[in-house]
Design a protein around this ligand. Structure first.
Ligand code: KIV
Ligand code: NA
Length: 275
């Protein structure tokens, strides 16, 4: 299993880091079998698994529940779990308690927090307490209300400058990596060059140290539309729906179950039973 220090070495050696989300036992097992370096139990689970229209309703209990299942499916992969909305903003003490539970109760290896500013002191405290932190900058979905939608961030020079500073601060606070979401490729490249910790991009172009995407997006599983930055490798949805339709038809027409799906009682037992 790769660890935080390995990710730093990978950046030095110019080896790309592969991160994929997973939310339960089968997806985690598949991610591990598929050979990803890091599994992210993203709070995107609120949208792709639980059907909310943002990540805001996701609770710490939700994250713990799903991260436990992921851990059972991927015992040999580095697991990062998202800290959900408002679980790392009230105080350093609350943040430590919440992150502590997320790590201790699930077996995840690290947590991810969105933003800089007031979050920086939390990153420092968590790292000092022995909890590895992945930062998350650019488009930070838990702030969708403030950002006014899911839009590309850091497009103008001023915002770009702030983002570069924030990335530096995250590094100084002790983050072992930073996820950079939805920013122009030129800015992403500059961020990756200006920090020594790996920058894992999502909608941030190719000139960063790794890439992360959402499990359901790359597989076309239960998602209707995917963002521009997603590469969809398959669309498993139709296969799944067809399978369910075939089962439905089979039951209704009596074509299922067949003999091979059926248990039988021995003749002599039947004689005893009916005489
Ligand atoms: O929740 C999530 O899946 C994420 C990734 C998209 C980076 O935070
Ligand atoms: Na997230």
């Amino acid at each position: 299993m790769k660890q935080t220090t390995d990710f730093l070495k990978m950046k030095e050696r110019n080896e790309k880091i592969v991160m994929l989300t997973a939310y339960d036992y089968p997806s985690a097992k598949q991610a591990e079998q598929g050979g990803v370096d890091v599994i992210l139990v993203g709070d995107s689970l609120g949208m792709v698994v639980l059907g909310y229209d943002s990540t805001i309703p996701v609770t710490l209990e939700d994250m713990i529940h799903h991260t436990k299942a992921v851990k059972r499916g991927a015992k040999d992969t580095f697991i990062v779990a998202d800290m959900p909305f408002l679980t790392y903003h009230l105080s350093v003490k609350d943040t430590l308690q919440n992150a502590g539970r997320l790590i201790q109760e699930t077996g995840a290896h690290a947590v991810k927090l969105e933003g800089a500013d007031e979050v920086i002191e939390k990153i420092t405290a968590l790292t000092k307490a022995g909890i590895p932190v992945c930062a998350h900058l650019g488009l930070t979905p838990q702030s969708v209300g403030v950002l006014g939608g899911y839009k590309v961030q850091g497009k103008d020079a001023l915002a770009a400058k702030k983002l570069l500073k924030d990335a530096k601060k995250c590094e100084e606070a002790g983050s072992f990596a930073v996820v950079l979401e939805c920013v122009p490729k030129q800015l992403a490249e500059e961020v990756a060059k200006s920090v020594s910790i790996p920058v894992i991009g999502i909608g941030a172009g190719v000139a960063v140290d790794g890439q992360v995407l959402v499990y359901h997006d790359i597989l076309g599983y239960g998602v209707e539309r995917v963002p521009k930055f997603v590469k969809q490798y398959h669309s498993v949805n139709p296969f799944m729906i067809e399978s369910i339709q075939a089962f439905t038809d089979d039951v209704r027409t009596g074509q299922f179950p067949e003999e091979k799906h059926t248990f039988t009682m021995k003749e002599q037992e039947l004689k005893v039973l009916y005489g």
